[in-house]
Design a protein around this ligand. Structure first.
Ligand SMILES: *Cc1c(COP(=O)(O)O)cnc(C)c1O
Length: 403
């Protein structure tokens, strides 16, 4: 029995093949590399999968780690896919679902990419991981590196959320703050990795396996829907790893015969303060121009230039999807609405998918009976919240008429 059906790495831009059992970064042509699997080596059925433990490693044949003993896990995956009945009734839509990634180690879906990326890095002999981050990826990779016994070097914009800095520190990461954006942090990481032995640059899509972890969101949605796919997926898009990964795994699933050819339309959601993918999609471009003066409180969406831009745009177009940018005020208002009506405390990035869905529905870009999956990428508890407390001074007369 083969634990992993991984066969090789392939460049989606120039088509070159690379050895998957060596530490690899990007293709010499500059593109990210994608892991490829041999469908003939996948000797399980959905029925076998159903009997496995409820974490993302239940799909190990379609993941890159070759030896079970190299799996580094904190129980990540199998997050709930839950209905939004009250919001659905108000909008007149019966099939609205939310994949809640807030319920995962480190509180964001970055844990998926980190679990698989760190496991594979350790298996290939890497001794330390290094990356720039807007916060959540650094937190997740530091935590999984600690679990694996690897060191971690993290460089963040000084404006990254304080909680994510604390998470890195708690996991023993070597953490630097830089006055700039994630691209500035990336240059420092590249310089450090070039000088240090045993360090791998694990920036988004600069190594091939983070995306393999993120694609498990697509596997779970398929399994949770009885090995069918929704009509539309709304995905909060920064570097786009999850969107690219899900689109990739739908293909892998069809090749092994677990799903048919029906595919969801993929919708990339960004903030109007940083929307390079939305602009490139609307202009019909193959690549996205970097976004100037990126600004949004949805830090996961603050990615002015994505290495996988052409892969995101390709997936949106192949799926007959689209891209939408939402202003920060609307994101916050959507977050409050979902909290009050469904009891879900979303991250701002997750709330953006609900706001985008509402807009797309109003504009007729999605149908009322479409089965739709929104992604809440992180736990709302990781973000600052407005102070709305009503206070009572018990040392003064209490106005019981108001209480
Ligand atoms: C990283 C991140 C995103 C963007 O995810 P990608 O798959 O890289 O596009 C969105 N929201 C949150 C909270 C994130 O941490």
């Amino acid at each position: 029995m083969t634990y992993s059906a991984l066969s090789h790495l392939e460049c989606p831009r120039c088509g070159a093949r690379h050895d998957a059992d060596l530490v690899q970064g990007t293709c010499p042509c500059g593109s990210p590399l994608l892991a490829r699997y041999d469908p003939g080596q996948v000797a399980v059925s959905p029925r076998d999968i159903a009997g496995r433990p409820p974490d993302l490693w239940r799909y190990h044949e379609l993941l890159p780690v070759r030896t079970p003993g190299r799996v580094v896990s904190l129980g990540e995956g199998m997050t709930p896919l839950i209905a939004l009945p009250r919001l659905g009734r108000a909008l007149g839509v019966p099939n609205l679902l939310m994949k809640d990634e807030g319920l995962i180690p480190t509180g964001t879906f970055k844990a998926r990419g980190a679990a698989v990326g760190v496991s594979r890095a350790g298996e290939l002999g890497v001794s330390a991981v290094a990356m720039p981050t807007n916060g959540n990826a650094g937190a997740a990779w530091s935590v999984y590196a600690a679990r694996a016994g690897l060191r971690s070097l993290v460089v963040m914009p000084a404006a990254a959320p304080a909680i994510t800095r604390a998470e890195c520190a708690a996991a023993g990461a070597e953490l630097y703050l830089v006055d700039g954006l994630i691209g500035d942090a990336g240059k420092l990481v590249a310089a450090a990795v070039a000088r240090r032995r045993g360090y791998q640059d694990t920036s988004t899509l600069r190594e091939p396996y983070r995306i393999e972890g993120k694609k498990t969101m697509g596997l779970e949605v398929a399994e949770q829907l009885g090995w069918t796919l929704p009509d539309v997926i709304f995905y909060p898009t920064g570097g786009g790893t999850g969107l690219i990964g899900m689109w990739k795994v739908f293909d892998e699933l069809e090749r092994i015969g677990w799903i048919d050819g029906n595919r969801p339309r993929m919708v990339a959601v960004q903030s109007t303060g940083c929307a390079p993918i939305v602009r490139a999609f609307d202009q019909g471009r193959e690549f996205a121009e970097p976004w100037q003066n990126a600004q949004t409180m949805a830090s996961g969406l603050r990615v002015p230039a994505a290495l996988g831009d052409f892969l995101i745009l390709r997936a949106i177009r192949e799926s007959n999807g689209f891209a939408l940018a939402i202003p920060d005020e609307v994101i916050l208002e959507a977050r409050a609405e979902v909290g009050k009506d469904e009891g879900l405390l979303l991250s701002p990035e997750g709330a953006a998918t609900y706001a985008a869905y509402r807009q797309a529905l109003a504009e007729g870009r999605v149908g009322k009976t479409d089965r739709v999956v929104l992604f809440n990428c992180g736990n709302g508890l990781k973000y600052p919240m407005p102070d709305t407390d009503l206070r009572i001074d018990r040392h003064k007369p209490v106005d019981y008429a108001r209480l």
